[in-house]
Design a protein around this ligand. Structure first.
Ligand SMILES: C[S@@+](CC[C@H](N)C(=O)[O-])C[C@H]1O[C@@H](n2cnc3c(N)ncnc32)[C@H](O)[C@@H]1O
Length: 394
């Protein structure tokens, strides 16, 4: 399996991003802009000049958000579920290109990207995307993308996509949250998201995928999971993150939601003081996502051979308590069940030389003996060595 390129951006990116922006900003004033932009991302009505918002996005959010498509891209790659040719990408709500350039970075050197169409309603953001892409290619930090078009369009307007063709990958990174947040309750948001995603699906080739990344926050992740239910009912294939096509167990209680938390993906060292000053975290990367397809292929069906046990995803981190490690898993567990609590005894783990439950993280995929999971209401004891971790996350 490939490794996710979620190591922090190389130091040379700091100058590249400043040069592309045409501004150099010290950590303190930058942190103020970042804190204000962060509040705006949370939906708060905070004043920030457009030039300063763009600066905060280029110098802080780009280096963080550029990793958010690495996991979904690597799952597609690991499953052999990307078209076998240089890829054509449509990036919707592209902003500065953290999504599409993030995919270029994540897929190098296994796959090349031949073309990007970047759509956004902010022409200045799109101009900056172009400068970042060409500077990164010039500096050897990213492979050159032979053709890169930008289009200024309002994606919430009917027919915004009428002239567009089909692409191998259609991406939408943290953009539909901005178009649907005002709709209020999660059901209304889910319907609006589902209808946007159906439009995106009309622009993907039969063997391609639509990947949507949204914030990891409760309201945004739940709206995304509700949109998944709407789309499943309309016959759309959910490739990932779910390993089953049943109802989402995280929607049962209002307190729950499903999101990724990649502990290994941290900000580059030069941004740690900015994050600290702005009151934001610099370690780990959280987001929620959906990978959709038209061809019926799922991550579970791709990684899973006939005789294999159940493919489950960890919904929680592995929590160590006295004498044992526990985690919640999600998958097609039999008898209509989709979640179970699994447990490993510390004494079993101590005797085992290989990977144990304590080595796993939220979002990991495990193949687990199916029969052990089928029993209702019981914490399932896993023996180390009886299950396998799939590691598109490295
Ligand atoms: C948080 S940024 C994300 C940018 C980039 N996709 C990323 O992953 O970093 C959201 C982007 O969505 C764009 N956007 C918001 N509403 C839009 C609309 N109605 N039409 C087109 N773009 C929109 C914004 O201009 C902004 O660039």
């Amino acid at each position: 399996m490939p490794l996710v390129r979620s190591v922090p951006l190389e130091d040379a990116w700091q100058k590249l991003l400043s040069d592309s922006l045409g501004r150099r900003i010290d950590a303190k004033p930058l942190a103020l802009m970042v804190a204000r932009q962060s509040a705006r991302y949370r939906g708060e009505d905070v004043a920030l000049a457009h030039a300063d918002a763009l600066a905060a996005r280029a110098l802080f959010w780009f280096p963080r958000d550029v990793h958010k498509f690495a996991l979904p891209s690597h799952e597609l790659l690991a499953a052999g579920a990307l078209p076998d040719r240089p890829l054509r990408i449509l990036d919707v709500g592209a902003g500065l290109g953290a999504s599409s350039l993030g995919v270029v970075r994540a897929l190098t050197p296994q796959r090349s990207v031949d073309h990007i169409t970047a759509v956004d309603n902010d022409p200045q953001a799109l101009a900056l995307l172009k400068r970042i892409a060409s500077a990164a290619a010039r500096e050897g930090l990213l492979p050159a993308v032979p053709s890169l078009d930008t289009e200024t369009r309002d994606v919430s307007a009917q027919g915004w996509d009428r002239h567009l063709g089909r692409y191998d990958l259609v991406l939408a990174g943290l953009s539909f949250v901005e178009m649907t947040r005002g709709l209020g309750d999660e059901h209304a948001r889910a319907l609006a998201l589902a209808s946007h995603f159906e439009t995106l699906l009309t622009h993907v080739v039969d063997d391609g995928a639509v990947v949507i990344v949204e914030p990891a926050t409760r309201d945004e992740a739940r709206a995304l999971q509700r949109a998944r239910e709407v789309l499943l009912a309309r016959g759309v294939t959910v490739f990932a993150p779910c390993t089953h096509a049943g109802p989402c167990p995280m929607l049962v209680s209002e307190r729950d939601w499903c999101h990724e938390d990649l502990a290994e993906a941290s900000l580059p060292a030069w941004l740690v003081p900015v994050a600290r000053e702005a009151g934001l975290r610099w370690e780990g990367l959280t987001f929620s996502y959906l990978t959709l397809r038209r061809d019926g292929r799922t991550l579970a069906s791709s990684l899973h051979r006939e005789a294999q046990p159940a493919l489950v995803r960890l919904l929680s981190p592995a929590l160590e308590t006295k004498g044992k490690t526990e985690a919640i898993v999600c998958g097609a567990l039999g008898h209509g069940r989709t979640t179970a609590r699994v447990m490993e005894l510390a004494r079993d783990a101590k005797r085992h030389a290989g990977i144990t439950l304590g080595d796993t993280a939220r979002g990991d995929l495990l193949s687990v003996p199916a029969e052990s999971l089928a029993e209702e209401g019981k914490t399932v004891r896993l023996a180390p060595g009886a299950w396998v971790r799939h590691t598109p996350t490295g």
